[in-house]
Design a protein around this ligand. Sequence first.
Ligand code: FES
Length: 122
Amino acid sequence: MSQAWVRVCATSELLPGESKVVWDGDTPILVLNYDGDYYALEDRCSHEDFELSAGVFDGDEATIECVLHGSKFDVRDGCALNAPAYAPVIKFPVKLEGDAIWTRDDRTSTSRYAPEVAPILK
Ligand code: FES
């Protein structure tokens, strides 16, 4: 986690339907281009921490499917769309500056989950 932005790449290097992983410290961030808009999610499936980037990004439906057990997530907000994952994947901010894409892990604590998406543990 940090407050400094991490450069992802030039916009010309991440075309619609493509994705790329960058690291902000210890946090892997999956940046995706869905229909010309950029989204950033933690590159960890909320089910068992598997790399989402190993899965299939559907650039038509704005989803990414985890290759391990098949849960799909909406790349626009990180919401889980089907079991076995129920918790959303953490979403990070994206900004464009010049011709470059930037993102960062903006969590303010070392919590695995952002406060607004923390699952209720029983
Ligand atoms: S690790 Fe992703 S669905 Fe199980």
